[in-house]
Write a protein that binds this ligand. Structure first.
Ligand code: NAP
Length: 284
């Protein structure tokens, strides 16, 4: 099995590379500087020159608020990038593995979103990711399109879990919203599940996240409990924070049919968070 990984400095890519090395697969990794996915000719060159079985696209523009103003960059990286990869994969008979987000949903459903639900993004980031989904689905014969939510890991300082640890180190009181509900996804577990999934040949659309939902407040409370923080954590509402992009209120996704396809569901978010805090060790 030969893999080509894009966006190799990102938090998910780092875990995929770690897992790929453990499994002894052959791979080539490109960071942003060595392969910009918005450049079709460069993407073609990289895929044609390496002829991987799978291209795992970990490159993305994830700055949800910045995307409201810098929509062109968001559309280029999250929309045109996957389009270029889909074209190059099709030409080289590689399978494209691409990630999307729970933010393609509007958050109004009130029960878990399944792969049968119709996306209706309420912010520019969500729209840009949906554009990428559409290109991947319309241009690829064989693909894995994996929606994930609240990705966290040691490889990125701007994920929510890392931010909570940073805020807690500098403040005695924290306010975190309890009206945004989804599910954390540990990059380590997502990397393993991705590699197990792509082996199956069961191409198509998937949701991969923890099987239990939580609010950002509940997640923060658990993180702070694990590190023995003695400050004061208060629940808040989204409208109390001035941010550019609207967030869906309830964007928790059901992982069906991931268990039926790879034989297991991801761990619950508390277990994933506990392992993350253990992994991060003294760094916190
Ligand atoms: N993080 C989340 O909470 C979350 C939630 C839902 C879905 N997802 C999706 O999950 C996937 C993995 O995300 P992640 O959390 O691992 O992201 P990440 O840590 O932000 O990494 C993204 C990587 O993409 C690179 N990149 C940006 N523009 C690029 C371009 N034009 N060409 C090549 N590389 C480029 C970035 O490099 P530079 O930093 O050098 O620009 C960065 O190394 C993405 O598809 C993301 O949209 C993430």
């Amino acid at each position: 099995m030969k893999l080509l990984i894009t966006g190799s400095q990102g938090q998910l890519a780092k875990e995929i590379i770690r897992e790929v090395e453990k499994r002894g697969y052959e791979y080539i990794a490109f960071d942003h500087g060595s392969l910009d996915i918005i450049d079709l000719e460069k993407v073609r060159e990289a895929v044609k020159g390496n002829l991987p079985d799978f291209v795992i696209n970990c490159a993305a523009y994830n700055a949800v608020d910045n995307a409201e103003e810098d929509w062109e960059t968001a559309y280029l990286v999250n929309g045109i990038g996957p389009k270029n990869l889909a074209i190059a994969c099709e030409e080289s008979k590689s399978v494209l593995v691409h990630y999307s987000t729970d933010y393609v949903f509007d958050g109004g459903k009130g029960t878990p979103y399944t792969i049968a639900d119709i996306p209706n993004p309420i912010n520019t980031y969500g729209k840009s990711k949906l554009l990428g989904e559409r290109f991947v689905q319309s241009l690829s014969t064989k693909y894995f399109l994996i929606r994930v939510s609240w990705v966290f890991g040691v490889g990125n300082d701007t994920n929510f879990a890392k931010k909570v640890l940073k805020w807690a180190s500098k403040n005695e009181t924290l306010k975190v919203v309890d009206d945004q509900i989804s599910s954390p996804t540990y990059a380590v577990d997502l990397a393993k599940a991705t590699l197990d999934l792509i082996k199956t040949g069961a191409y198509g659309l998937y949701h991969i996240t923890s099987p239990i939902s939580c609010s950002r407040y509940e997640w923060a409370r658990y993180i702070l409990e694990l590190i023995g923080w003695e400050g004061n954590l208060l629940p808040a509402k989204s409208y109390e924070f001035k941010v550019l992009a609207k967030r869906p209120g309830y964007s928790f996704m059901d992982s069906f049919p991931i268990r039926e396809t790879i034989g297991y569901n991801l761990d619950e978010w508390k277990e994933m968070t506990r392992r993350f805090i253990e992994e991060i060790g003294d760094e916190k």
